[in-house]
Write a protein that binds this ligand. Structure first.
Ligand code: 5GP
Length: 192
């Protein structure tokens, strides 16, 4: 998606530890006009697929998922992160290792909002090592819903997540795939 790649080149900041900061338009301040274009692009890429629900993970996936959900005309559910030891009650749960914080935490979704009959599209802002998407896919599996695919805004193609998700046979659409990025020069190279 050219608009997105141009914006990453213009406003993205490369930090140590393979972190791309896009706080000025995606992760902190949010450019909702851009989000609308992102939503339309996801809709185009999943054209012809029946989708009844979008599932994302708090916090940074929520804004994008909500704008995309308007285009798809479906509800959004976001998985909550929790550090509660004894998770009880009517929830699906799994563990996720955070790329940015290096911690393992539980993610939960209420059984009330996901289940058999749902056809689910996963949405997230970044794909790095694939743990967040794997966790979301696991919740979908536990719920008995059908996983239609996954849409991410920025895939860091030099990390393993994309290969892991694709090798599971999940239909993955990444709107910008960063092939490499150089902290010193600030250069970002995209995959065609
Ligand atoms: P994964 O689970 O694929 O390793 O990492 C994906 C999650 O980590 C995303 O939900 C995102 O919030 C965060 N993340 C991973 N890499 C980056 C990055 O380079 N920049 C930002 N801002 N977030 C990232």
């Amino acid at each position: 998606m050219q608009l997105l790649k141009d914006r990453i080149r213009k406003d993205g900041k490369i930090k140590e530890g393979n972190v791309l900061k896009v706080d000025s338009f995606l992760n902190h301040q949010m450019d909702v006009k851009l989000f609308q274009e992102i939503g339309k692009e996801f809709k185009r890429r999943f054209e012809g697929e029946e989708i009844t629900k979008i599932l994302t993970i708090e916090a940074s996936g929520i804004g994008i998922a909500c704008v995309a959900a308007e285009v798809f005309d479906v509800p959004v559910v976001f998985a909550k992160k929790t550090q509660t030891k004894n998770i009880a009650g009517d929830v699906y749960t799994t563990k996720v290792e955070s790329f940015t914080h290096g911690r393992v935490y539980d993610i939960i979704v209420s059984r009330e909002f996901l289940g058999k009959g749902d056809k689910v599209l996963l949405i997230d802002d970044f794909l790095a090592n694939g743990k967040a998407l794997e966790g979301l896919a696991e919740l979908v599996k536990k719920s008995g819903a059908e996983l239609v695919g996954a849409g991410v805004v920025i895939e860091k193609g030099f990390q393993v997540g994309g290969d892991i998700i694709r090798s599971k046979g999940i239909h993955l659409e990444s709107l910008a795939i960063v092939e490499s990025m150089d902290e010193k020069t600030g250069e970002v190279v995209f995959r065609n």
